[in-house]
Design a protein around this ligand. Structure first.
Ligand SMILES: [Zn+2]
Ligand SMILES: [Zn+2]
Length: 229
């Protein structure tokens, strides 16, 4: 429907594309998949084959069980920025299409009852008009048949912008950011969905909240992940 009014755009160069394609031919090789070897916990690229975990996962115990990300953040940074801030919600179908193509079997192995998008604070939602994580989760759901549960996790407090804070402040900034309204539904395995995993503190705080609320295991999937600093 949207295509009748707004032309479909390439998620990388933002040029107009036609037909069934989700990305233009010139841009197809620009998004770079995270290379092996990868951290067994967060899936970040590792510098060496001799280690199993990145420094961050080695040092800080995570609440989530494991997660996977598709692209190296650098290669899709502008795309994700446009997706969120330049009204390009349709990029979600490209991201989900590639996630399912490359990571679908790993995602299925998580045996999840539900996909849970990282919620946005209401003020941010109103400003943007959509929750980017929810759009990605919906598109993954369409392709893999795992239901999206949107109201399991809610954002309670408005946090400061994470990028303006250092690592320890990021973690503190998020404590208590989410809550789980009681709804009586027992969930065993769930997958958190977000656009980017940077320090992982948002995802891990969401995971902590879900575990506290009785969920057994929390996984995550994101479009992109940063490098180890
Ligand atoms: Zn393009
Ligand atoms: Zn890691």
């Amino acid at each position: 429907m949207i295509n009748l009014i707004f032309p479909k755009r390439c998620p990388i160069c933002d040029g107009i594309i036609t037909g069934e394609r989700l990305i233009c031919n010139e841009c197809i090789n620009i998004p770079r998949r995270v290379r092996e070897p990868r951290c067994m916990k967060c899936s970040k690229h590792l510098d060496s084959n001799e280690i199993m975990y990145c420094r961050d996962c080695e040092k800080h115990k995570k609440h989530y069980a494991r997660g996977i990300a598709l692209y190296e953040y650098d290669s899709v940074k502008d795309s994700i920025n446009n997706f969120k801030n330049a009204s390009r919600p349709e990029f979600a179908s490209f991201y989900a299409d590639r996630i399912v193509h490359f990571l679908g079997s790993e995602i299925k192995d998580f045996n999840a009852d539900a996909l849970i998008p990282i919620p946005l604070h209401i003020s941010k939602f109103k400003k943007r008009g959509y929750n980017q994580s929810k759009l990605i989760a919906d598109e993954i759901s369409k392709r893999l048949g795992i239901p999206v549960l949107e109201n399991v996790l809610q954002r309670k407090i408005k946090t400061k912008e994470q990028k303006k804070l250092d690592d320890s402040d990021r973690q503190k900034n998020l404590v208590g950011a989410f809550h789980m309204p009681q709804n009586g539904v027992k969930l065993y395995n769930v997958i958190l969905v977000d656009d980017v995993y940077t320090t992982g503190s948002t995802i891990d705080e969401a995971a902590r909240t879900l575990l506290d609320g009785g969920v057994e295991k929390v996984y995550f999937v994101t479009v992109a992940i940063g490098y180890e600093k």
